[in-house]
Design a protein around this ligand. Structure first.
Ligand SMILES: Cc1cc2nc3c(=O)[nH]c(=O)nc-3n(C[C@H](O)[C@H](O)[C@H](O)COP(=O)(O)OP(=O)(O)OC[C@H]3O[C@@H](n4cnc5c(N)ncnc54)[C@H](O)[C@@H]3O)c2cc1C
Length: 388
């Protein structure tokens, strides 16, 4: 069977659905081809089941890309307010959790239901369980599946990145980009827990479950959020954020007591300069188990002013070289992807293959933790949907 559409969208996730909604609004006949047996599986598991659907403080600085300017145009033309407007139109209750992050009060399902309802238009058709076998472009694009052929002058790739293969992530989008001669920035796992070296693991990982407020920094970025010790290393929002910037064999820097002067009380000559007094001081600012372990491993060699200053300095700049990351299996996003130099920042259309578009996570634009990745999916999806 041969289907003719104005555009075929591969992938029924966040970006693909937004693209379909915007295109169908303008009367374009679009087909969304989804490989899975349902739409938006990642939306459903996102934000711990409550979908952190946007961030009210979204700026281009919240994104990594080899071209930091690329995302600006799309982000400015579809803003968090636009998405909040949609959420409010559907009477979905939501709240700000922290740092501008908006979550559903009830469940991520609300967001998926909303997108599905917005897609319910005579102009948009959804096909599930589609196995794409081949994409060619004799004149129009031809997408051959197990039992049909879809033809359209425009093809939108919204198949996401490599994160969480368990729910169906594949390299399809990158392979297709390569097939049409577009460059890829080698993908790497982003927003991912870090694994410590064997030695560090032996020293810290029995503290699994302990969480503390830190500043995690690398060469250029710093994040003040919580860190969590895990059985294999470090996680928590501060670590996930810095993981996207981490390069193999490089150290991350951790300030374990931001804006605190833990040894300040020792300036008072009436305070005894003893291990017990120092333990009491550190326990005031760090969780007890972490404080005790830190002292076991970093007790000052002397309680002189110099010895205490060294101790204070180490506490604010723990340099640790992770052995690796938990990889795509645990990564919330895939950084890297279709090179932005290949695409129009306004429409996401390929500069060399007219009619071919890439949106969402498959593109080399990756958000920080906190609702930014969905905002990119909505914004890039809308940019293409309005251009079809
Ligand atoms: C556990 C987890 C929690 C997250 N929580 C948040 C959060 O709270 N806030 C936030 O901003 N971001 C969050 N993210 C990131 C966010 O989910 C993604 O950045 C976003 O979903 C990307 O949208 P997308 O449409 O580009 O890709 P996806 O949502 O991954 O959609 C791609 C779709 O394409 C389909 N597909 C793949 N290959 C093919 C093919 N060959 N043919 C047809 N269809 C195909 C897939 O089945 C999928 O439905 C989370 C990610 C994970 C893994």
């Amino acid at each position: 069977m041969i289907h003719h559409f104005d555009a075929v969208i591969l992938g029924g996730g966040a970006a693909g659905l937004m693209c379909a909604i915007e295109a169908a609004k303008r009367g374009r006949r679009v087909a969304v081809l989804e490989r899975a047996d349902r739409l938006g599986k990642k939306i459903l598991i996102s934000g711990g089941g409550r979908c952190n659907f946007t961030n009210i403080h979204c700026t281009p600085e919240n994104f990594l890309s080899s071209n930091p300017h690329f995302a600006k145009s799309a982000l400015s033309r579809y803003t968090p307010s636009d998405f909040i407007g949609l959420v409010e139109k559907h009477h979905i209750p939501y709240h700000e959790k922290t740092l501008g992050q908006l979550f559903c009060d009830r469940s991520s399902r609300d967001i998926l239901n909303m997108l599905e309802e917005e897609c319910r238009s005579p102009a948009a058709r959804i096909f599930l369980n589609v196995k794409v076998q081949e994409v060619t472009r004799p004149a129009d694009f031809v997408v051959r599946t197990q039992d049909a052929e879809f033809r359209a002058p425009a093809l939108v790739i919204a198949t996401g990145g490599l994160s969480i293969p368990k729910i169906g992530a594949t390299s399809f989008g990158y392979d297709l980009a390569r097939q049409f001669g577009l460059r890829i920035r080698e993908p790497w796992p982003g927003l991912v827990p870090l694994i410590l070296s064997t030695d560090d693991r032996e020293q810290y990982c029995d503290l699994a479950g302990v969480s503390l407020g830190v500043i995690a920094s690398g060469d250029s970025h710093r994040f003040r959020e919580k860190m969590l010790v895990t059985h294999r290393g470090l996680s928590g929002p501060a670590i996930l954020q810095i993981s996207s910037y981490w390069k193999k064999a490089c150290a991350i820097h951790l300030d374990l007591a931001p804006q605190k002067n833990v040894t300040a009380s020792f300036k008072d000559p009436s305070i005894p300069r003893t291990a017990n007094a120092l333990r009491a001081a550190v326990r005031e600012d760090l969780p007890t188990r972490f404080a005790d372990r830190w002292l076991e491993l970093h007790m000052p060699t002397s309680f002189t002013n110099i010895g205490l200053a060294e101790f204070e300095k180490d506490l604010h700049d723990w340099q640790i070289v992770p052995a690796g990351t938990e990889g795509f299996e645990k990564a919330e996003v895939t950084a890297g992807g279709v090179d932005t130099d290949e695409l129009s920042a306004k429409t996401m259309e390929s500069r060399t293959v007219p009619g071919l578009y890439f949106i969402g996570e498959v593109v080399d634009v990756t958000g920080h933790l906190g609702g930014f990745n969905f905002q990119w999916a909505w914004a890039s999806g809308a940019a293409t949907g309005r251009a079809l």
